[in-house]
Design a protein around this ligand. Structure first.
Ligand SMILES: [Zn+2]
Length: 158
């Protein structure tokens, strides 16, 4: 199955960040007019996500889902039927700007990585678009645990 790609309304920014953590291509748009959003979703075959029921009246062929919760983790649960937790995909995208990350050698990025981090971590990635450097610290472990919990409770209830 092809991994779905998403296009989210700008009030779903936190949900987009979690989709990116899972490795999904999740674009956020605050485009006005609305037709700009729809043409992009159509052209790039993205699933359009919005909290606004009115925006669900779309031309045939535009995949979409109404998001009901106002909590980002509950929103993620609403999408579970579409998602898989694939360890190899976790943290492969920039959480800020959705671009794919590149693995880097910390020795080449000494100006960007604190010395104690470089000493205590092995895996570093860089977003070549926004310049953010990521490493698998405690934050990483926390996010992974949150995701594992969400996917596990889903299995228990289904
Ligand atoms: Zn970035």
């Amino acid at each position: 199955m092809r991994r779905p790609r998403f296009l989210l309304r700008d009030n779903l920014g936190r949900l987009a960040r979690w989709l990116r953590i899972l490795g999904y291509d999740a674009v956020v748009m605050k485009a006005i007019p609305f037709s700009t959003i729809i043409s992009r979703a159509t052209k790039e075959r993205r699933i359009f996500l919005s909290r606004c029921a009115k925006e669900m009246k779309l031309p045939a062929g535009v995949a979409h889902q109404l998001i009901r919760s106002d909590n980002h983790l509950k929103q993620l649960r609403e999408l579970l039927p579409l998602l898989v937790l694939d360890e190899s995909m976790l943290f492969t995208r920039c959480i800020r700007c959705n671009r794919l990350l590149t693995t880097i050698d910390p020795a080449r990025m000494q100006d960007r990585i604190p010395a104690y981090v470089a000493q205590t971590h092995k895996h570093f990635t860089l977003c070549r678009h926004c310049g953010k450097v990521y490493w698998q610290g405690t934050h990483y472990a926390d996010m992974k645990r949150t995701l594992t919990d969400i996917f596990q409770t889903n299995e228990e209830t289904s």
